[in-house]
Write a protein that binds this ligand. Structure first.
Ligand SMILES: O=C(O)c1cccc(C(=O)CC[C@H]2O[C@@H](n3cnc4c(=O)[nH]cnc43)[C@H](O)[C@@H]2O)c1
Length: 237
């Protein structure tokens, strides 16, 4: 991000924070599926400052839905929220993760010597920045609420990682990666194109690794997502 773009982001965020008495919503929360949307709405207690919209599953649907929402109305902040897979040893089931950067995990090329990212290929970037200051403030508030929080890169994938080998490869590809979702990079790409600050917050429903859908703790993760969103209200109003 250029210094000019960074200042534009900050101006929008600060203008949001200074407009706490306005009744219109100016925080856009994008989430993949209806059950996540309902958990988020319970958490924010339908506060009118927040608008929650569905993306559908995957980065393309997420970018399209976010770009459409941003073309219709001005928002000061975009949040990608939902459930996610946690990387073993980094984020346990039912914890909350906040992205320090939003990384496309699979946008690039496979080569005989391994994966080459978009950055390495010279076609753009796999890594999109979040509003770091806001992310830190949120993590502090979540910790005060005694929610288990981990911060680190969150990867976006088009195919859920489903083997031990692929999990290890992704952890090596993105050092410190805490979690994996399917929409963050798409939401963040649209937000960046519109010069709106973005953050990603997710609750962990399962560990990344050999696929075992029966072990996903969706109900519990949705409960934690609700708790996290309830804390967001305090930070953003
Ligand atoms: O079946 C249900 O009741 C149900 C309720 C809420 C959400 C779901 C989903 O399947 C959400 C899919 C959504 O979750 C993210 N996700 C979760 N775990 C992973 C993972 O291990 N790797 C990648 N993505 C994950 C993802 O963002 C999906 O869009 C079902």
């Amino acid at each position: 991000m250029t210094i000019g773009e960074e200042m534009n982001h900050r101006t929008r965020l600060h203008s949001y924070l200074n407009r706490s008495n306005e009744s219109s919503s100016n925080v856009l929360i994008m989430t993949a599926v209806q059950a996540e949307k309902e958990a988020i709405l319970r958490g924010i207690q339908h506060d009118p400052k927040f608008e929650v919209q569905l993306t559908g599953v995957g980065p393309v649907a997420a970018a399209t839905a976010t770009a459409k929402a941003l073309s219709k109305k001005d928002y000061s902040l975009v949040i990608n929220a939902g459930i996610a897979g946690g990387f073993p040893g980094q984020a346990q089931v039912e914890s909350i993760v906040l992205a320090t950067e939003i990384v496309s995990g699979d946008l690039g090329a496979e080569t005989p010597t391994g994966f080459s990212s978009l950055d390495e290929l010279g076609f753009g970037t796999n890594k999109l920045q979040v509003d770091h200051e806001l992310m830190i403030r949120i993590s502090e508030v979540l910790q005060l609420a005694e929610l288990p929080v981990h911060i680190g890169p969150i990867v976006t994938v088009s195919t859920v990682t489903g083997s031990a080998q692929a999990t290890e490869e992704m952890a090596n590809r993105v050092p410190g990666v805490v979690a994996e979702g399917m929409e963050g990079y798409g939401v963040a790409y649209a937000a960046h194109e519109n010069e709106v600050p973005v953050i990603e917050i997710r609750s962990i429903s399962n560990l990344v690794g050999p696929r075992n859908r029966d072990a996903w703790r969706i109900k519990e993760a949705l409960g934690q997502l609700e708790q996290a969103c309830s804390s967001l209200v305090g930070v953003l109003t």
